[in-house]
Design a protein around this ligand. Structure first.
Ligand SMILES: *[C@@H]1O[C@H](CO)[C@@H](O)[C@H](O)[C@H]1NC(C)=O
Length: 392
């Protein structure tokens, strides 16, 4: 007799949860709601930290310089320039004397000169994932690792997309690509760093931006970067949405797994598609030389690592005019099992015109979705793209 009320209670809880989920889904058909969920840029993290005070995040005085990048459509993007630690130490007296860095004086600062006037400086332009700011979570650890690592004179520029942190505007796919292009234009035209000294690094949503930006420059301006590094990427948004869970916890379309028809309806209604696999294939096809690094962890609960397999396969396939099957690529790629580390795949092609294509993939066991960006496989990938040596 005591069981019935409990069942009844369970039934009602389920019904209520199901009802809330259906309302959530209906809301998700709306483009504005979709953008809020996808970009999560309104999560107000600047309330409890201030990206205008980089020392709050453990940097040395004036090691990081905040500044703004203007976009051609009138937005102002908040950005950070992070000095390589070795350059900082060598120039510490001059840097400290400049007082508190403010974005107005960046162009005349010692930090800017160390980036722009040194013919050996190298630059990583970092495109972060959704939510928060350039100073969010593990992101600052990534900059610290890159600028303290084995790559000499490696500077980092990190940028907040429109609508994030102190940047103006509100995000959408087209706008984020404009922002990424503007950040690169700043590096090329203002800091005068040639593309062969620039690597684009993206994580999560940032992989979609980095790929679209690299494709833009190859297709429209015949400019090729030294490399593109994609961490925890995804093939496209409609596919991702069928498995994605916000923060690895709140599922979006995966509860509809048993109803592929319903999943399709929602997937088709996603307005921001971010067809990254397609862009990546085009990038590889149009480039003379490509160095692509694809990294993903198996315990990434937000974006399942198989997305990075799609990216690898599509990129490798694009090196062969007539195309290959997935099975061909599986057989032909150079595969190494690295035990507890995970495994690596690589694909090297020399094009008829002498261009070299190097695509490498690390599927690691550990690192999750975000923390992986602080792990040494990232800096190692960047070192290898700058040809600092790496075993096959
Ligand atoms: C490879 O590319 C060709 C077109 O060149 C396409 O028909 C084929 O489906 C692709 N294969 C894979 C595995 O993506």
């Amino acid at each position: 007799m005591a069981i019935a009320p409990i069942l009844k209670k369970a039934y009602w809880s389920l019904a209520i949860a199901g009802g809330i989920y259906i309302v959530f889904l209906l809301f998700l058909l709306n483009g504005w709601v979709q953008r809020q969920a996808l970009y999560a840029h309104n999560v107000p993290t600047v309330w409890w930290h201030d990206p205008n005070k980089p020392e709050q995040f453990g940097f040395l005085k004036n090691q990081v310089h905040p500044f703004y990048i203007d976009t051609p459509d009138g937005e102002n993007l908040f950005a950070w320039h992070i000095l390589p630690l070795s350059s900082y130490i060598a120039n510490e007296n001059a840097l400290i004397k400049e007082g508190t860095s403010s974005w107005e004086d960046f162009a005349t600062s010692t930090a800017f000169k160390l980036l722009a006037d040194d013919p050996e400086s190298r630059l990583v332009i970092n495109f972060h994932g959704n939510a928060g700011t350039i100073a969010q979570g593990w992101r600052t650890d990534t900059y610290r690792m890159l600028t303290s690592g084995p790559v000499e004179k490696l500077h980092v520029v990190a940028v907040d997309y429109r609508g994030f942190g102190y940047s103006t505007g509100s995000p959408d796919e087209k706008g984020l690509i404009v922002d990424g292009v503007a950040a690169v234009r700043w590096a090329l035209d203002v800091a005068h760093i040639p593309a062969e000294r620039i690597i684009l690094l993206g994580q999560s949503l940032g992989t979609a931006v980095a790929t679209a930006v690299a494709e833009h420059f190859v297709v429209n301006e015949e400019i090729e970067f030294k490399g593109v590094v994609l961490v925890a990427g995804f093939s496209d948004l409609p596919t991702l949405m069928t498995t994605y869970a916000i923060g690895g916890i709140i599922p979006i379309l995966s509860p509809l797994r048993s109803y592929p028809f319903l999943q399709q309806i929602f997937a088709r209604n996603i307005q921001e598609t971010w067809f990254t696999a397609r862009r990546l294939a085009n990038l590889v096809r149009k480039s003379k030389n490509v160095a692509l690094r694809i990294i993903h962890s198996q315990n990434d609960f937000e974006i399942v690592w198989t997305h990075s397999n799609t990216l690898f396969t599509v990129a490798a396939n694009a090196t062969i005019d007539k195309g290959l099957t997935e099975k061909d690529i599986d057989t032909l790629k150079d595969h190494h099992d690295r035990g507890e580390y995970g495994w690596t795949n690589s694909w090297m092609t020399v094009k008829e015109d002498g261009g070299r294509i190097s695509i490498k993939q690390d599927i690691v066991r550990h690192g999750g979705h975000n923390r992986i960006t602080t792990y040494p496989m990232i800096v190692r990938a960047i070192a290898s793209v700058f040809s600092l040596g790496e075993p096959s």
